[in-house]
Ligand binder design. Structure first.
Ligand SMILES: *Cc1c(COP(=O)(O)O)cnc(C)c1O
Length: 354
């Protein structure tokens, strides 16, 4: 058992209407914080009222981006239980990101215990309408007030939470994607496999370009040859080509998505062929031309599944399944969201009751 000091707020916030939630705009009444100092380790685990934190302007996180984060959700079931989806995976991935960024490891069991306590304190913030959930953002920042480029000797590990609405109002809808030709998100040997701020800062320019051209997301190609498909926005990507579902193999520059892993396991359990391997953009274009490109979708915690209705690469405009949601895409969405909200039996043992 981890000792957590709990200071409850005396000033509870009003809860926003579900229709106003959107994604990541409103935060619950409390947050979790634990400090790290060299020699002392992680200490002073506490739950406090949600609010500003005071950090020295010289803190390394502001200058050199030494920071990592996670994203997971808690769901309220129809029989009023609270479910977490594979949360232990998020804390082990946080430690993998920590390792890459020279941040000391957290204790994964203690972090999960702290998260459960935080959720139970703010339990009334978990929305229960279909498609809604409580999004949880654990993150670690380097707090040393010193401008030398070196790993920090002090950190804060914080968890904040926000009630979020359904990602797509009125069900999932196919999106249009621009294949990025100029910028890259990550390279072999870089930090692409870690959930760290710099990857997202460097992706903004491509995202802005895509939006200017009427596309909602960027499809990133590999950083070396701009030849192989890597990720779409901040999601992993899948194609169904001639009956087989293919997704780029984890190569060190792709984020190992927990939704991605779950989709692969679901497909296998349904006896749908699935392959993790290199997928070139030319292969996708060719499949489109010979009519074997059947479905395409992105996966991630926030949206679960984003069906792809159109891809634009150079002068090629590739429509997928006439811009409609594919059969396998819909099945995966229904099954996974069903497991997450407790309406479909969890034969994988993925959910954890609070
Ligand atoms: C978080 C993230 C994903 C999806 O991971 P999940 O564990 O499925 O939420 C994919 N790509 C990037 C770049 C991400 O940051």
């Amino acid at each position: 058992m981890v000792h957590i000091k709990i200071q409850l707020t005396t000033n509870k916030k009003e809860k926003p209407a579900v229709s106003k939630l959107g994604f990541g705009n409103f935060f619950t009444d409390h947050m979790f914080i634990v400090d790290y100092n060299e020699g002392k380790g992680w200490h002073d685990h506490r739950i406090t009222p949600y609010g500003s934190i005071f950090i020295d302007p010289a803190a390394k996180v502001f200058h050199y981006g030494q920071t990592v984060f996670e994203g997971l959700k808690a769901y309220s079931t129809i029989d009023e239980r609270v479910l977490l989806f594979r949360p232990e995976r998020n804390f082990s991935r946080l430690n993998a990101s920590n390792e890459r960024l020279c941040i000391p490891a957290i204790n994964e069991e203690k972090a999960l215990e702290a998260l459960k306590r935080l959720i139970s304190v703010d339990r009334e913030w978990i929305p229960s309408e279909p498609g809604t959930s409580l999004y949880i953002r654990p993150f670690i920042i380097a707090t040393d007030p010193s401008l030398g480029v070196a790993p920090s000797k002090s950190y804060q590990f914080i968890m904040i939470m926000c009630p979020v609405g359904s990602y797509y109002e009125g069900g999932i809808k196919p999106v249009k994607i621009l294949v990025e030709e100029q910028y890259v998100r990550a390279v072999e040997g870089g930090t692409g496999a870690a959930k760290t701020a710099g990857n997202y800062a460097s992706s903004l320019k491509g995202q802005e370009l895509a939006e200017k051209n009427g596309y909602s997301q960027t499809l990133w190609l590999d950083g070396k040859e701009k030849h192989y498909v890597e990720e779409v926005g901040s999601m992993n990507i899948f194609f169904k080509i001639n009956g087989t579902v293919v997704t780029p193999a984890l190569n060190g520059s792709i984020l190992p998505g927990i939704t991605r892993d779950s989709m692969i396991q679901l497909l296998k359990s349904k006896n749908i062929p699935v392959e993790e391997r290199k997928v070139s953009i030319e292969e996708v274009v060719e499949a489109y031309h010979n009519r074997t490109l059947e479905e395409a979708f992105g996966t991630g915690t926030a949206a679960v599944i984003s069906p792809i209705g159109e891809l634009k690469w150079k002068d090629e405009r590739i429509t997928v399944n006439n811009g409609d949601i594919g059969e396998v895409t819909q099945m995966l969405y229904d099954t996974l969201t069903g497991i997450q909200n407790g309406s479909v039996e969890d034969s994988f043992d993925w959910t954890m009751t609070l």
